[in-house]
Design a protein around this ligand. Sequence first.
Ligand code: JHZ
Length: 386
Amino acid sequence: MFDMGSLPLANRLLTLGSTADSAYPLVLYYCHNCALIQLADLVPRNEMFTDYVYLTSASKTMMEHFDRYAETTAQRLDLTTKDIVLDVGSNDGTLLTAFQRRGIRVLGIEPARNVASIAEAGGVPTLTEYFDLKLAKRLEKVRLLTANNIMSHVGNLRDFLATAHEVLRPDGLFVFEVPWVADVLRNNSFDMIYHEHLSYFGLKPLARALGEAGLFLVDLEYYPSIHGGTLRGFASRSSKEQSSVVREMSAREEKEADFWAMKDFSERVPKLAHHLRDMLLGLKKEGKRVAGYGAPAKATILLNYCGIGRDILDYASDTTPLKQGKLIPGVGVPIVSPQTAQKNPPDYYLLLAWNFRGEILAKEEGFLRKGGRFVIPFPEPTIVDS
Ligand code: JHZ
């Protein structure tokens, strides 16, 4: 459906002087059988997930989101100190810490060693492994299994969901979050497409995949401002009572994530990419200084696909210490700390972490008041001032 060419791995940031800057094909396919939009060229998972740079705790928005998540799911299942919550792809333990604060026992599963050790250091027991049937045999059965922004990353979805079924008690719930493909398409956010994300879920393929594993999608919540639009699904082994939200959202999605929506998207995106680059080149011609705000995984795709390099961006500022001092692959834009950026502020920030628009614009009120501006890339490139 959409061939983006060969692009670097989004989170494989380069160290200064590094020459290992490789690119892999990034092509989206649409399955006429199950309607799943997906990648077919797979990069071995150990190349992407052994050492990871993304930390869930890097934004206030996500910390608050996962704190509320723990509160509402603990209430929904009436979890007590006897329960244990199992979180797959537990990252730095942000969600599990929120359960621990409520007196609930936890276990994280996180294949990235460096990130798992941050969680362990924060008191979150974590297994540095992939979630599969072999591991499931060693695990206690749970009433709550969570996996947030993980299912999109999974190469063998059938195995993953069979494992979820295996570790879940019959009265338990599998709760997960995935970016909603309808939002990616509507918002033109092509930078959500990268090698780590193998599946781009709509409700139809999601419910079908769960169903094949004996899990039934009983409820949904929608978070429009999390990662540009996130679905939180609740799947059960025993109940088949579906909330009306699932039907309402499925109806809403009907035309928004089908073959034609995908086709329109693939025609709009190259134009948008040109438009964004021209807009930034125009600013450069006027003598303006431009930098990136945030160095999310998405930035690698946005910058490489649009051809926005060091000729346009002086640097990208990011709060994550693991990213600072490194370069965005392909384009070689250096990542600096917000403190370094503040000493040398640009005239315009290209908002690469556009999903945190609210949090960032509020935080950068001073920059805006002094005449600084933001270029927001989606749904159409727009300039925002104070
Ligand atoms: P953020 C992540 O993608 C990773 P990314 C993952 N692959 C996934 O699936 C998706 O989420 C859904 C920085 N920042 O959350 C912190 C600032 O510098 O958009 C982060 O590096 N200043 C699992 O990497 C980055 O921006 C700020 O004020 O695209 C945001 O990364 C704030 C708020 C953030 O995820």
